[in-house]
Design a protein around this ligand. Structure first.
Ligand SMILES: Nc1ncnc2c1ncn2[C@@H]1O[C@H](COP(=O)(O)OP(=O)(O)OP(=O)(O)O)[C@@H](O)[C@H]1O
Ligand SMILES: [Mg+2]
Length: 350
């Protein structure tokens, strides 16, 4: 006769399993759900903070091993589930049904921000998250072309309906600017235009809103960063030193604005621009390094033809790198959400 297994012993075992990003155990983090014990069979769900969790497999494994050490347990059935936490800033301030807004920024132009924004959005959507992509580069909106969208979106009940591409909801501020029309938005005006614009879009519920910012530290990215309660920003840089100086300026601007810096992405790694600069910047600025995307012709071509590489060439090295970066970004957002929620005690202890 096998010993009777109690809920407490199972929870004690799971209480020893750490979530590697959040540095707390699964029970404290309230990640264990639907625990059922039938004879020697123990079943439960693990509620991850993002479907893009890169450590899904290792968390599942550690939980299984932990529960198998309890005497009498023969089989462990685990269902991996996810619920993306919000840092609360967006809901409170703007009444937007968006859990996390993530800006993609750079110190200078042409480093691949738009390419990375588009691929990041698609990669997150591929994990099952609900994702929006906002092209906020009012001076050079490239995202619609990169995502293969050419039509100005329609309206319904005075709301703008975002386009849908690769399971990502897409809106470009460029849709509102007529070609050749001079742009005179500045400071506070730009700020309120952005807020107005964002609340006029029918996003629906989103787990992540990726925002492609204009390059640099000028008026526009500054106003944008202040107009939106951002969960965090990722900084894109080329591998070489000159680009790093610019990237570092961009990074420090966000730090001054108290926007959490989720990390640095190095783009176009390879023979032409070299490698390693992104890591250097991350180390010096004491932020995370999220990964490097190789320089590949397919990245440029797929951008030009409106079929981003994570969708059109998922097995390419660049696509694999971008998918891994998306997982890292999701993980960093979860950590930031936890840090933020520590300020207001909303974590439930099981
Ligand atoms: N990893 C890569 N390999 C090859 N080409 C790339 C890569 N990343 C981006 N590109 C190409 O480099 C060019 C610039 O990229 P992109 O438009 O994404 O940069 P950006 O930072 O958004 O530029 P801007 O500052 O003008 O908005 C594009 O032609 C794009 O296809
Ligand atoms: Mg761009």
């Amino acid at each position: 006769m096998s010993p009777k297994i109690s809920v407490e012993t199972i929870l004690a075992a799971l209480g020893k399993v750490q979530e590697p990003e959040l540095h707390k155990d699964l029970v404290t983090l309230n990640m264990i759900r639907d625990l059922e014990i039938k004879g020697g069979v123990v079943s439960f769900s693990i509620l991850l903070t993002t479907p893009a969790c890169p450590l899904k497999g290792s968390i599942e494994n550690a939980a299984r091993q932990g529960v198998l050490t309890v005497p009498g347990v023969k089989t462990v059935n685990i269902k991996m589930d996810s619920s993306v936490p919000s840092d609360g800033r967006l809901r409170g301030l703007m009444q937007l049904p968006v859990r996390n807004a993530i800006a993609v920024a750079s110190g200078k132009g042409g480093v691949g921000k738009s390419t990375i924004s588009a691929n990041l959005a698609i990669a997150l959507a591929q994990t099952g998250a609900r994702v929006g992509l906002l092209d906020a580069d009012i001076y050079g909106p490239n995202i619609p072309t990169m995502m293969g969208i050419h039509d100005i979106p329609g309206t319904k009940d005075n709301k703008l309906i975002p386009a849908d591409a690769y399971c990502v909801k897409l809106m470009s501020m460029g849709f509102l600017v007529k070609p050749g029309q001079p742009l005179i938005w500045r400071g506070p005006m730009l700020n309120s235009a952005i807020r107005q614009f964002l609340s006029d879009v029918e996003w629906g519920e989103l787990d992540y809103l990726i925002i492609d910012l204009p390059p640099g530290t000028g008026d526009v990215p500054l106003s944008l960063a202040q107009a939106l309660p951002l969960s965090g920003v990722v900084i894109v840089t080329l591998p070489q030193a000159v680009s790093l100086e610019d990237a570092s300026r961009g990074l420090e601007m966000f730090r001054t604005l108290e926007v959490p810096i989720l990390g640095v992405i190095e783009n176009m790694r390879g023979e032409v621009f070299g490698s390693g600069g992104g890591e250097d910047l991350a180390r010096v600025a004491k932020v995370s390094f999220l990964g490097a995307v190789p320089m590949e012709q397919s990245v440029r071509i797929s951008g030009d033809t409106g079929e981003p590489v994570v969708s059109s060439r998922p097995d390419s090295d660049a696509a694999k790198a971008l998918k891994s970066i998306a997982e890292q970004v999701a993980a960093r957002v979860s950590v930031e959400a936890l840090n933020e929620s520590k300020k207001v005690p909303t974590i439930n202890i099981f």
